[in-house]
Design a protein around this ligand. Structure first.
Ligand code: XMP
Length: 515
């Protein structure tokens, strides 16, 4: 993409932290891309990088099949930064010596530096860094000097300032290297000469131009879920092509309370987007009658969604494009530990193969962006915080939180309890500290006493977790008074609940949802 500056290209050698490196570069307002290490020289050159970063990786340069880049990369004439395995590659490929070592240096170390090249500008002379390596450099290649050392690594930071090649044995991208952000920013600004051109304001202008070029005078259909990705995609596309965009929102009756109204207000009333609101509540709830088994529920909800979406899309006449909120992490070609690049594609985004069936092309205007950037883009486009900052919500919605049988009455009870829980989290100022908060209505009843009478009513369980990516999660430590208020309010205000539990299960062994 031009206009947002030449990219910093991260060559991925299978590091778990490659995405983090790219994120940190973007945090420094510089566009960055991740590509597999074995990208051809011509393809790499075509990207016109302002600089290249070799990521870390699990391999050793001594292995026969060690992942290595095309040797010509060193002749591109652009700055290179090697991180961990990446610096060992630099040393090895340019004539230095890397020795295998049985003792791994792992954890916090203290870097002392004496750099005069600008690479470690404004970094404290003594600073904490995070190490995680086995092999180590013992002889530097010609032209390189040590610019920083730790107790165990005399070559913790190295430079060949004449060729603009740099390397660090530690990981500047992780939080345990507190000045790591500064180091990466120094590399991209001071060494590569990048400007602060990766901003969401610049991105909007470019994305709008690209969408216009791609779509021309054709028609675009976008399925809105109320979630962050589809909302931001819709508003961005609307900015580009106005009424050539039609959005569709299917109310499956399994939404949070007031969600249907909110979506219509935001998109139709505020943004004046053509919005097809489909009230399919009865169809979904009738189809779910008598079904308790979680996977059966998911199947019914998923299949019916595709049927409804297709029916309604057909009614709209021919649509040329289907817009999807695919994000950059979904399209990065990931490098497995064995060195083979593979592509990951989020299949559930593909509304059940609809684009092929209905002969629609895909429009994916967020495929360059990480999740946090999508939120920033949403803010830039004027979407309210209640949309851009919201917690993830599963496709099957309250269907998998209404444990056991789903009835209209139980759903209404669950919606009321859920609304109170979220309201209290927001008013305690905790919403942004929590990855996801939810209420489950359990398939048991309990005896209680309210007023002068005995009750025999429903039980709900509150769940709030912290997480980075939903793969693992921990339960959120609420101040007890918040839980107390939620419990009081639910028992007093929600007609059919007389008992409230708090779920203290991490993931694993639990999952975030109950079903
Ligand atoms: P679990 O329960 O597996 O959830 O720990 C991890 C994340 O995925 C969400 N989730 C779903 N999202 N369709 C979705 O679109 C689903 O069927 C589904 N099941 C779980 C869940 O809310 C959490 O963010």
């Amino acid at each position: 993409m031009q206009g947002i500056g030449r990219p910093i290209v991260v060559l991925d050698f299978g590091a778990q932290y490659s995405k983090l490196i790219a994120r940190r570069v973007r945090d420094a307002n510089v566009y960055s891309l991740i590509v597999p290490f074995n990208i051809s020289y011509d393809d790499l050159k075509a990207l016109d990088p302002a600089g290249i970063i070799f990521s870390g990786g699990p391999a050793s340069v001594h292995l026969d099949d060690a992942p290595k880049p095309d040797l010509q990369v060193f002749d591109l004439g652009v700055p290179i930064l090697g991180i961990c395995y990446g610096v060992q590659l630099l040393a090895d490929m340019l004539g230095g010596t890397v020795e295998a070592s049985d003792d791994r240096e792992y954890g916090v170390a203290h870097l002392e530096h004496y750099d005069g090249t600008g690479f470690l500008d404004q970094v404290e002379e003594h600073t904490q860094v995070w190490m995680s390596h086995g092999d180590r450099i013992t002889v530097l290649p010609d032209g390189f000097e040590s610019i920083g050392r730790t107790e165990n690594s005399p070559y913790a930071a190295i430079a060949n300032a004449a060729r603009h090649f740099y390397g660090v044995q530690f990981h500047p991208e992780v939080v345990h290297t507190p000045e790591g952000k500064r180091i990466l920013a120094n590399f991209v600004h001071n060494i590569c000469g990048c400007m602060n051109s990766w901003t969401m304001g610049n991105y909007v202008d470019l994305a709008v131009k690209e969408i216009r070029e791609q779509v021309g005078d054709k028609q675009v259909l976008c399925g809105l879920s109320g979630g962050v990705d589809s909302s931001v995609a819709a508003v961005l596309i609307h900015k580009a092509i106005g009424d050539q965009l039609t959005c569709m929102f299917v109310n499956n009756g399994l939404l949070r309370k007031g969600e249907d109204v909110m979506v219509q207000e935001v998109f139709r009333d505020n943004f004046h987007i053509k919005l097809n609101y489909i009230d399919a509540e009865d169809r979904f709830i009738d189809a779910l009658a008598g079904v308790s088994e979680p996977e059966a529920k998911r199947k019914i909800i998923g299949n019916l969604f595709v049927v409804v979406f297709e029916e309604e899309a057909t009614r709209l006449g021919h649509m040329d494009f289907l817009a999807q909120g695919t994000l950059y992490p979904d399209v990065i070609e990931s490098v497995s530990a064995t060195g083979g690049p593979s592509v990951t594609i989020k299949s559930h985004h593909n509304v059940g193969g609809l684009p092929e069936k209905m002969n629609m092309k895909l429009l994916e205007p967020l495929r360059e962006l990480f999740k946090d950037e999508v939120r920033d883009l949403g803010r830039e486009l004027g979407l309210p915080e209640e949309v851009v900052g919201r917690h993830p919500f599963p496709g099957p919605g309250l269907g998998v939180r209404c444990i056991g049988e789903i009835t209209r009455e139980r759903l209404a009870t669950l919606q009321d309890a859920d609304e109170i829980f979220i309201e209290e989290i927001v008013s305690a100022g905790l919403y942004n500290d929590i990855w996801q908060a939810l209420v489950c209505l359990l398939p048991v009843r309990s005896v209680g006493v309210q007023g002068d009478g005995r009750t025999y009513e429903e039980v709900c369980s509150l769940r709030a977790v912290t997480s980075e990516d939903a793969m693992t999660a921990d339960w959120f430590r609420f101040p007890p008074e918040v839980l107390q208020r939620v419990s009081n309010r639910i028992c007093n205000e929600v007609q059919h609940i007389n008992r409230v539990l708090y779920d203290v299960t991490s993931k694993p062994p639990g999952t975030i949802e109950w079903e």
